[in-house]
Write a new protein. Sequence first.
Length: 476
Amino acid sequence: MSFRYQQLANTLLNDIHQGRWQAGDMLPSVRQLMQHWQLSRATVLHALSELELQGYIHAQPRRGYFVNARDSQAHNNTQQTPEAAPRLFSINDVVHDVMLKGAAFDLLPSESRFDAKPPALELLHRAISRVMRHGKGAQHQHYEEPAGLLELRETLASRLRQQGTNTVASDITVTQGCQHALLLALKSCTQAGDVVAVESPGYFGTLQLLQELGLQVLELPCHPITGLAVAEVADALTRWPIKALVLTPSFATPTGALMPLEARQQLAQLAKQHQLTLIEDHIYAELAFNGETLPPMLAFAPQHTLLCGSFSKSLSRDLRLGYITGPAFSKRLPHLKQITSLASSRFIEQGVDDFIRRGDYDRHLRREIQTLRVQRNALVELLQRTFEDGQYSIPEGGLCLWLSLNPHVDTLALYQQARREGIVITPGTMFTSQPGLYRHCLRLSFAHPWSAPRRQALIRLKTLCQQLSSGEISEI
Ligand SMILES: Cc1ncc(COP(=O)(O)O)c(C=O)c1O
């Protein structure tokens, strides 16, 4: 369940998006909102101030709250928007530095050794060991077929059908994680020089792949609450020859945005009209706090979608186990898999399949979602106390939120300073190909428990921000 003020803010925001309230309109009074929603005055004011901070509305003393003109409805009042033209680019070094330590989601990697191991991992280890114990010698001598273990593909297909798709096992190829799936997706529908649209801010691993494959990137603005705006996609399609669009409709990184159902349906229509391939990053979709996964793009435009997923965020990053599916590409995908990694580990595939079929994965997911929700709430409370001047998204799932600071705070300089103290942040510039963009923003993860040292690390970040802003410590 989300905070009540957030539910109110989201409803009002939806009304503004749908045109119920237009620029210049006065919103219902605080008293009316209190009565209608049965909320306290403080909660209503909190919701309105969220929308005000994000640039959607403004207050007029003694009159009420008014909807702003569309131009000023930026994601927040400091956000910059990406340049609207495709181009080749080269990635920022910070990405390599953060990823060398593999710690992109932990503010304080040294603390991880104290974190409790989820009980499900013990069951997973047992399932994999069992398979290895009973495995035949021949399994060590032969590669698995490129598409991957049939039983696991059947299990995955059945899970995707429960989410509203018509997936069958023969459409699925097992991969070495979602990053590998994204590589296969891009390779199956683009050639060097093609234009690929991405969310901005968006996942840096996608940007790395585009750079490596010599693809031109077109960054489309991604709203921290509702994700990619379909109108922006429609507009871009009239101007540029876009081959593919990479998007994370459910709990995108770095914002945690969730694309509403209607927007998904509209995007599917656009993809069909323009022969656009949607590369859907589904990696966070099972981490919905209300337990309800919205149907993926694959459900609405199956012939135009390549869905990529993995167990990295929901179970273990170390499994290196993912999948890709898209009926229009079923023949090409196993071929590309075979070229890029020959085969997957049969023991891992069998072990994970066994783990899922016993119901252990679903039990684990239910527990994990509870934990993540508690950790998200703890982070939001910490931010309310520590970064009072910051603006942040409050996602309904996934692992992270997007924090926007005062425009003069440089999170790249903050990254360098914090790094010396063992604190790892993911600065905003990691999530764009455009130098200087989102420099005052950062992604914060709630994937780990808020132990006292992690809380201290967050408070320390605030102090470092203040010291950098006042010049007490210098930027590099
Ligand atoms: C949005 C997104 N897609 C893909 C990946 C890569 O996932 P995997 O570990 O399964 O390769 C990540 C990892 O951070 C991610 O955040």
